[in-house]
Ligand binder design. Structure first.
Ligand code: FES
Length: 360
C-alpha cells in the first residue's frame, strides 16, 4: 500500500539516499520504513473562484514526515506537476535538514498543483487563502509551520498568516516563516537559500583547490534562489562573465547566456589535438577535432568554441538542443528519452562517429 501511495522519481531518490545511509549506519531493517514513510499525508481538493467567475478545482497536499523532534517545518510549493510522492520526499529532506542542524523541528512540506504564473493576482490570493483554510485543522505553531518554496513568496506567506490568524481571532505570526519583515519576518531570509548554495559551492571549490577567479558557474533556474546564488558567487570572486544562468519556464532566455556579458564570436577550441573525427559547425564556420578525453558531448565542444546553441536539461529530455545533422553519424550517450526528428540530433548527449557537420 505504502509503495503505491508514495511513488515517482523524487520519492525514489529519497528512498535510495536513506538506503545508503541506513546501510552505512547499520540501521535495522524493521526500522527503515518507519524512518522513510511520512507520519501524516493530507490531500485536499478545494474550489477557487476565478476572475472570469468560473470555479476551478485544485488539489493541495501537506506532508508531515516526522514529529518526534518537534513541530513539522517546511515550505509550500505552487507548481503544476507536483504529486504526493514529490511532496513526501521534500518533507523527508526537511526532517534530515532540521535534525542535522539540531533544530527542534520535524520535516514538513506542502503544495498545490498549479502554475502560479498563469493566475491573476486576485486568483493567486484566493487560492492561497483557500489552501490555508483547508489546512487549518492540521497545522499550527506547535504542529506544523509553513514556509515559502518554489512558486510562493512573502506575499503568499502573509495571506497564509492572515487567513490562519482570522480563524484563531488573534495574530499568529509563528504559523509561517518567510513572511514580510514588516509582519515579523526575518531580515535576509529571502537571500538565505541562494547564499547557502554559493557558500557550499565555495566549500567545494576549496576542497577541489580551484580558485574562484578561474571557476565557471552554471546556475540552473534563475528565480529567487538562483539569482541570489549568482550574486553570492560573484561577491566571493567568481567573475560575472563566468556565471552562466539558465532560465526555465519558457521565458525568453531558454538559451542560457552569460549574465550581463556580450555574446562571444565563435572561435576554435582552446586545445585542438589535430586528430580524431572532425566536427563542423556549419553556420558558425568552425571545424574542430573531437577529443573524447575532453568532451562528454558535442554540446561541450560547441561551448568550448562559443558556438551559439540552445540547451536546458543537458540530459536528452527537453529537446531544446535539437539541431540539424547535415551529414555524418552520431551515437547517443546517454540515450535520450525520445529520439529527435529525422535528420536532427540532440547535441547535448551525442558524440560523433567519424566526421560530422551540424547546422549550428
Ligand atoms: S539540452 Fe535537453 S535534450 Fe539536449
Amino acid at each position: 500500500m505504502l509503495n503505491s501511495l508514495f511513488t515517482g522519481p523524487v520519492f525514489e531518490m529519497a528512498r535510495d539516499q536513506l538506503l545508503v545511509i541506513a546501510n552505512h549506519l547499520s540501521i535495522p531493517e524493521d526500522e527503515r520504513d518507519w524512518l522513510l514513510y511520512p507520519k501524516r499525508a493530507i490531500v485536499v481538493t478545494f474550489p477557487v473562484r476565478m476572475e472570469d467567475n468560473r470555479t476551478e478545482l485544485f488539489i493541495g497536499y501537506r506532508v508531515q514526515h516526522h514529529l518526534a523532534l518537534g513541530p513539522a517545518k517546511g515550505g509550500t510549493r505552487f507548481a503544476a506537476n507536483i504529486d504526493i510522492g514529490e511532496i513526501a520526499a521534500l518533507a523527508i529532506w526537511m526532517s534530515w535538514k532540521c535534525a542535522l542542524a539540531d533544530l527542534p523541528f520535524g520535516g514538513g512540506k506542502g503544495g498545490v498543483a498549479v502554475d502560479p504564473r498563469a493566475l491573476r493576482p486576485k486568483e493567486l490570493e484566493n487560492l492561497s487563502r483557500r489552501y490555508m483554510q483547508e489546512m487549518i485543522p492540521f497545522v499550527g505553531p506547535r504542529t506544523d509551520v509553513m514556509a515559502p518554496d518554489m512558486g510562493t513568496n512573502e506575499q503568499v506567506m502573509a495571506w497564509f498568516m492572515d487567513t490562519y490568524s482570522m480563524y484563531q481571532g488573534v495574530t499568529v505570526p509563528e504559523i509561517v516563516t518567510g513572511k514580510p519583515v514588516g509582519t515579523g519576518g526575518t531580515l535576509g531570509r529571502r537571500e538565505a537559500t541562494g547564499h547557502g548554495v554559493a557558500f557550499l559551492a565555495f566549500r567545494a571549490l576549496d576542497a577541489l583547490d580551484i580558485a574562484p577567479a578561474t571557476a565557471t558557474a552554471i546556475v540552473q533556474g534563475f528565480g529567487n534562489v538562483g539569482s541570489h546564488a549568482a550574486m553570492g558567487l560573484a561577491a566571493r570572486g567568481v567573475p560575472p562573465g563566468r556565471i552562466h544562468a539558465e532560465i526555465f519556464a519558457g521565458l525568453a532566455a531558454m538559451t542560457p547566456g552569460v549574465v550581463g556579458a556580450v555574446t562571444k564570436t565563435p572561435h576554435q577550441p582552446p586545445l585542438d589535438l589535430e586528430t580524431g573525427p572532425l566536427v563542423s559547425f556549419a553556420r558558425s564556420g568552425i571545424t574542430a577535432h573531437w577529443n573524447p578525453a575532453v568532451y562528454q558531448s558535442m554540446l561541450e565542444l560547441a561551448e568550448a568554441c562559443d558556438v551559439p546553441v540552445r540547451w536546458a536539461c543537458r540530459t536528452g529530455v527537453c529537446h531544446n538542443c535539437e539541431s540539424g545533422l547535415v551529414s555524418g553519424k552520431i551515437v547517443y550517450e546517454p540515450q535520450p528519452l525520445d529520439l529527435p526528428a529525422t535528420g536532427n540530433l540532440l547535441i547535448c548527449c551525442s558524440r560523433p562517429v567519424g566526421d560530422v557537420v551540424v547546422d549550428l
